[in-house]
Design a protein around this ligand. Structure first.
Ligand SMILES: [Fe+2]
Ligand SMILES: [Fe+2]
Length: 313
């Protein structure tokens, strides 16, 4: 993975360039402390999880705080990576207006990054903490330009719209709510531009090697969705280290995970349909668009967390 994609270091607050940046982008007056909780336990459905409900107040609040921080971290790195990708798309543009549009989008991603920056005061190393961010960094650094437009603009920006809407609706922080609402407004046009570029260059996108490349990345993303609520299990396992298979299965049922995965796969299927896709392509990923059973999800999660704990030992 190209380490610069997400781990680009930050200047010190006193650096003179920050003065110019502040003049160009007025930061909101938000007094945020690290690990402040911006989404309650109910947002994750944890109020329905028996293992969680049996924990003491301190452990519960640690789990909710970890989850809240994980969402902020993810959004921060998405916007940080998006700045680079929009600039790359501007460099690679085939028409002057396309370059102008991607330059405007890059500036919007910079605004999103700067708006979220005060909420994230942790390490700039994101890759190992979140599989989705690692995959995004891989696409950004390794995918061909057209493949990156399809996966990042059509699929992930479309997915991001749905995700950010949920975050904006449920956050307990009014400042963050406004930030996400502004981001959603911009992301809608980023996604729309990706769809349009796909439609206007259909022959190029239907080229078999490009379809194979797109399909490879899409399969990785679909596998991540199918495994279920990894983020919730990661946070839970920090306070409940050894969950049994039966406990994992129970939690999945209490969280209604199968239905959640079904609706998430439906969203991806709709987004795929917005791009130029031949039937052979849909056929190649059809199996992954069907949600797994709760037993399959429980086995995959048990395997994942067994491997994680043996890697730590
Ligand atoms: Fe953005
Ligand atoms: Fe965007």
């Amino acid at each position: 993975m190209n380490s610069n994609v997400l781990s680009l270091p930050r200047l010190t607050l006193e650096h003179p360039l920050n003065r110019i940046l502040r003049a160009k982008h007025e930061a909101r007056d938000n007094n945020v402390s690290l690990y402040e909780v911006h989404w309650n336990a109910d947002f994750w459905g944890l109020n329905l999880v028996l293992v969680f409900e049996k924990l003491g107040a301190e452990k519960k609040s640690k789990i909710v705080s970890l989850l809240s921080h994980s969402l902020i971290q993810e959004a921060y790195f998405i916007e940080k990576g998006a700045m680079l990708m929009m600039s790359k798309f501007a460099v690679e543009a085939k028409f002057a207006e396309e370059r102008a549009l991607f330059s405007i989008f890059a500036a919007e991603e910079a605004k999103h990054f700067l708006a979220l920056k005060p909420f994230y005061i942790d390490s700039e190393q994101a890759g190992e903490l979140n599989g989705f961010l690692s995959e995004m960094a891989k696409i950004s650094s390794e995918a061909s330009p057209r493949c990156a437009i399809y996966i990042l603009q059509v699929i992930l920006e479309g997915w991001g719209l749905w995700h950010y809407k949920a975050l904006a609706a449920a956050t307990t922080n009014e400042c963050l709510k406004k930030i996400f609402e502004e981001i959603i407004h911009d992301e809608a046009s980023h996604h729309g531009a990706g769809v349009m570029i796909g439609r206007h260059n259909e022959n190029e996108f239907l080229h078999l090697p490009l379809q194979r490349e797109i399909s490879g990345y899409l399969k990785n993303l679909l596998r991540m969705i199918r495994i279920g609520p990894v983020r919730v299990f990661t946070a839970l396992s920090s306070e409940v280290p050894s969950l049994s298979y039966e406990e994992i299965k129970g939690i999945l049922i209490q969280l209604n995970s199968k239905e959640v995965v079904v609706s998430q796969l439906e969203i991806i299927a709709r987004l795929i349909g917005q791009g130029p896709v031949p039937k052979i392509f849909i056929d190649s990923i059809q199996d992954l668009l069907v949600a797994p059973s709760v037993d399959e999800m429980a086995s995959a999660l048990e395997f994942l967390f067994q491997n994680k704990s043996s890697a730590v030992e």
